[in-house]
Design a protein around this ligand. Structure first.
Ligand code: ZN
Length: 416
């Protein structure tokens, strides 16, 4: 399987390098960003690279050569005229005959490539997009997914006033099947995110979103430079690879993050408790996963449709995003065990393994996110939350007072 690296585009200037250099050659601890990418892919057994180079590409070519110093093979495609991020791919159809990864050359990352590829194959996808929440979704490219992870819509920035969405951001890392290349017109300037993927979607192709909490940042702006260098040096970039388990804070929703309203079922009823966004931001900065686990019997009682509940969660993530806080995942139990009401939805009136105090949601999250349960905590405002945390063998499970200002913030600062 080939790794295609898009390393053309404009050059950049950084303070301590005298000349203009391609972004892919920006050094971190004396080593170009692109070299980290080559080394990561090599660790996963990928040794077949195709670099798309353009302006100042000779600097890349003279540094990497044919790749033998790294034990890999590197071919080049030199773009004579810049054709955007996708244009050059149109010329590579004969060289890209099976699924391939697409990296940007200026991205600092460390992710479990095999896990993403397994996901891609399990969906028989035409393209898989690496997606993640970030702390500024309001000015990011958002991807709307269905429950199976299939892309429904792209919402590229800038967003209209009052735009509401889940915090699912395109991180600009892909697996493509060669079928994607058919959507690229030869010799015409085009971009992957702006042109190619929307055209594929409009054509009914199967695009899937792969949600991850791994480290990925591009060097789009020089002000990120020093923080990214710190993250490489401190080992944070490598540590967040999915193969390393991570601790999580499991959070109840109603009364803990948002104001408890009896049977909340309308998005306009949603209101953040003071201090909740700051608490989640604190969890994010501490490197813990922030995962909501909430019982939502409003579905079983037919007070709220799945679509309405989804919109409520989109609104929640939008409100948190405005305060630079994000959730890694939301799990909800739509069931309720007591049948016998006239308006109820019988299919959800069951005894399930996910309704707290059962540990089902936490255990599912633990598996999907490789959570280190022995270092994780559950925080809720009911006894059933505490029991769920204990049943899932968290390190601790704690009760806070419903709707109390800063209750969550005080608790997380106490714990981590
Ligand atoms: Zn359930």
């Amino acid at each position: 399987m080939k790794i295609v690296v898009i390393a053309g585009g404009q050059g950049t200037r950084i303070a301590f390098v005298n000349n203009e250099i391609p972004k892919a050659m920006i050094p971190i601890n004396g080593k170009p960003i692109l070299e980290y990418e080559v080394e990561m892919a090599k660790r996963y057994g990928y040794t077949d690279f195709l670099f798309i180079i353009g302006y100042m590409g000779e600097q890349i070519e003279s540094y990497f050569g044919n790749g033998e110093n790294w034990g890999v093979s590197i071919e080049y495609f030199k773009e004579e005229i810049p054709l955007g991020t996708a244009g050059a791919l149109g010329y590579l159809k004969s060289r890209l005959t099976e699924d391939f990864f697409v990296f940007y050359g200026d991205t600092v990352m460390d992710f479990d490539m095999q896990h993403m590829l397994d996901f891609h194959r399990s969906k028989c996808a035409d393209a898989t997009l690496f997606l993640h929440p970030n702390d500024h979704p309001y000015d990011s490219d958002i991807v709307d997914l269905d429950a199976e992870g299939r892309v429904r819509q792209f919402h590229n920035k800038p967003h209209a006033e009052g735009f509401v969405s889940r915090n699912i951001v395109n991180a600009a890392l892909f697996i493509f099947s060669p079928r994607i290349l058919d959507k690229i017109e030869l010799g015409v300037k085009s971009h992957i995110e702006k042109n190619v993927l929307p055209a594929c979607l409009a054509d009914g192709m199967k695009l899937y979103g792969y949600l991850s909490s791994e480290y990925i940042k591009d060097m789009g702006t020089p002000d990120r430079y020093y923080s990214v260098c710190d993250d490489v040096t401190s080992g944070k970039v490598a540590r967040l690879n999915r193969k390393n388990s991570r601790p999580a804070i499991f959070l109840d929703r109603d009364g803990v993050i948002t104001r408890e309203v009896n049977l909340l079922c309308k998005p306009e009823q949603l209101e953040l408790i003071e201090g909740a966004a700051e608490a989640i931001r604190y969890i994010n900065h501490k490197g813990y996963l922030a995962i909501v686990v909430t019982n939502q019997p409003v579905i079983a009682r037919n007070l709220c449709s799945m679509e309405e509940l989804e919109f409520i969660h989109a609104r929640l993530e939008t409100m948190l995003g405005r305060e630079h806080a994000y959730l890694n995942a939301i799990y909800y139990c739509p069931h309720h065990p007591d049948a016998g009401y006239p308006e109820e939805r019988k299919e959800y009136k069951i005894k399930c393994g996910c309704r707290k105090p059962a540990p089902g949601m936490l255990l599912k999250a633990a598996e999907e996110w490789n959570v280190d349960m022995a270092q994780s905590y559950m925080i809720g405002d009911r006894e059933s939350d505490v029991q769920a945390g204990e049943n899932a063998r968290c390190k601790g499970a704690f009760l806070i007072e419903t709707n109390r200002k800063n209750a969550l913030l005080d608790m997380v600062k106490n714990l981590i």
